[in-house]
Write a protein that binds this ligand. Structure first.
Ligand code: FES
Length: 165
């Protein structure tokens, strides 16, 4: 399947590349732009970006597969990313993950049938002091417990983003 970078993307990409001494240094910001457009970074998009930046496809793929912030398949409206590193683990992340699995009826890497939630586990989100932490799309929810998690899920189910009222 062929994939073409949109004209809008190319315009933004030119501005982003101009901020860096070398075009290939813009790889991560450009991948974030691609993900913002489509919700995920498809194999074909990686290939098109590699050609645009004149990089080997393997380098683009390596970056996308290394960083959990990149979705390689369409994700739900809300991407729940549960930190699984030590501080969050000690502070109760396994219980929160189990609760999410049970309430949503999905495992890590899966999306609910209604397309609302995708569940993932991720490495340290850099907010260890307020563990346990779950990232929902771009936002962090910290110092979570089961009650706060239930309330967060209910809000999201009803289209209310707790941080964007
Ligand atoms: S261990 Fe979870 S934010 Fe660092």
């Amino acid at each position: 399947m062929s994939f073409k970078l949109s004209e809008e993307f190319k315009t933004k990409a030119a501005h982003i590349c101009a901020r860096y001494p070398r075009r290939d240094a813009a790889l991560i910001p450009l991948l974030l732009e691609l993900q913002a457009e489509a919700g995920f970074v498809a194999e074909e998009a990686m290939d098109a970006l590699a050609q645009y930046l004149e990089l080997p496809y393997s380098r683009v793929k390596a970056v996308v597969t290394f960083y959990t912030m990149f979705n390689r398949a369409p994700a739900g409206k809300y991407h729940l990313q549960v930190c699984r590193n030590i501080s969050c683990h000690m502070a109760g992340a396994p219980g929160l993950l189990a609760r999410l699995r049970g309430k949503l009826g999905i495992a890590e890497g899966e999306t609910t049938k209604d397309g609302l939630f995708t569940l993932s586990t991720v490495e340290c989100l850099g907010a260890c002091g307020s563990a346990p932490v779950i990232q929902v799309n771009e936002d962090y929810f910290e110092n979570l417990d089961e009650m706060k998690l239930d309330s967060l899920l209910e809000d999201l189910r009803h289209g209310k983003h707790p941080l964007k009222r």
